[in-house]
Design a protein around this ligand. Sequence first.
Ligand code: FBP
Length: 674
Amino acid sequence: SPISESVKERLAYRPPTCGVFQNDWTGVEPAQAYRFEIDVQARRELPDIIGNPVQRIVPPDQAVEDGRKAFQRARRIGIVFSGGPAPGGHNVIAGLYDAAKRANPDSRIFGFLVGPDGIIEGDYVELDDALVDAYRNLGGFTMIRTGRTKIDTPKKMALAKDTILGLGLDAVVVVGGDDSNTNAAFLAQELFESKVQIIGVPKTIDGDIQVRDADGKILCAMSFGFHSAARAFAQAISNLSNDSSSDIKYWHICRVMGRVASHLALEVALQTHANLTFIGEDLADYVDRQRLEKARQAGTVDYTAYGMTLRHLSRVICDAIVQRAAVGKNYGILVIPEGLLEFINEIEVFIVKLNTIIANYNFTHDRDFHASFPLLSQKLDYLGRLVRDPAPGLAPNIWNARDDELFNDLPDFFQEGLLTERDSHGNFQFSQIPTEKLVLDLVKDYLRILRDQGKYRIGITHDYYRKILHRAGLDPDYYGPVLFANYDQPGHLLLKENIISLRTLKNALVSADILDAEEAVPEAIEKIYKASVPQFKTQTHFYGYDGRGTDPTWFDCTYTYNLGLTVFSLIANGATGQMATIRNLEHGFDQWEPLGVPIAPLMRLEERKGRLTLVLEKSLVDIKSPAFKVVKAFREPWLAAVPGGDQFRRPGPILLQSDKEEDRPITLRLNAIA
Ligand code: FBP
């Protein structure tokens, strides 16, 4: 059969539903406990939906006259996926479909095809049992596919409106990330008078839609898809740690998706105990105290002391590599977040400056900029001209000689990367840049220096060296003292600092009368020598699209199915400009509470395409959170730069049904302790 047993099991599975959904119909009730600090611009641009309250989905109030009738009237609802796929999306549709059909079998659900383009172009499919049943609990957004188009011009908005009104829709559901929910809010405003309701659903593997009110109360702890993607990445990286600690010859450099925020890298660290994991938000917080103090003594302030530079970062990595090598571990797992560069001072400055330059020149980045300057050399020439001859209207110091110098210092592929097309939302496309390659080049340079200085060398265990000398018929007590000097660690010895080539090693043996000048170096010694001169061998990996397409975990299956049910309850109770969320995800399923959260009050002004634009605020890793503090506290043990085993953790595969504590993201569980 083309359908595997595990897929059959997934298709047949029905996730449990929150208590409130056991009722024939549901009501909503404003939850007064929440407060928002509203942006003036949001108030101006979204006047009709800015005052929406948080709403709880509650059991039916039989006293409400016609409540049941209103809930159960036949509706026409459209749904669209927007942005990158995230495991669980199909269950949002399934939940909405089941709830709508249960309320009234005459209700009709339409899926817009290939993202918001489907709304703009009126391209859709009507969902039926067969289509919905073919994707239950399965990964991907294959059922109706997805796209990144933004409904961001009056023309696109007018076309979208035509489609929605033409289809006679009562409501449209936008399943998307921060940008897509921003879109949903504007659509809700635009269609407010036409009485078409717009409901958003928090989707993104990046995990950066986390909603709190002004007092820090959690309304949505995590977007769906995060848990499954993190578990898929963790499983793959854990497999690498098994391989790496078996053949002990590679450092695996793993770049993990997450456009800006490092939530995925954090979860992967907690799941796998990789030797070294960087969290972008932590790097941005770095302060070079020595440099600051030096400047203070000179009576100045050194702003470059704030935040980490690329060079500094590469030194931190080298330090870890050298420390592990010293105890004989010339291998390991390094995890870097996709958005790392966003938190590196000098790169962030480049990105903002380039965005501003391109926007100020009225270039559409994707089209005009690349058409005007198709070759990298032309783009660089253009930037060079800006340094010499800043154009009118552009601040003269926006691209200065220092920028030019630093920029030219970067490898070509990376310069090209910085100048690549932004996505349709104006985001810099970190997923297109091999960050790990840039970092690796710097690391290799620095390791070479450390090796020449004799600081990067491999510790060979005492037992290992005795064993191979014995095997070659050589007396370890006789050869040992000449070959090795520093007994730095008990039970370990290091190749004498100055012996850095086989020829020098041979000379040492000859002058100690162990070897005749004409004789070949014994094989055993050659072997020890080779093993003690570090070869920094790496394998690079990018964990992104694979995890995005994985089948959902039990957590995401259940979360998304209940989100679908929540969406329908909100629609049937007249809500618009709301995002469906579930509170208490960090706790057990029996405590989950479906909510509608108003989108407009969550919006803030952010720089996009060089301009300040209203968007839903992204949530970054909080370096004061318990989850981050745990990763920080365990840095040393997980680096395992001591003799003995590593502390790798095996998270195990993604399961559809399981009632283990692990079924929730570890970051959620830890942060709930706060
Ligand atoms: P969404 O925010 O749309 O969910 O997408 C997240 C993401 O997977 C990022 O982690 C990644 O940077 C980006 O999409 C990749 O985008 P693309 O699919 O356009 O290559």
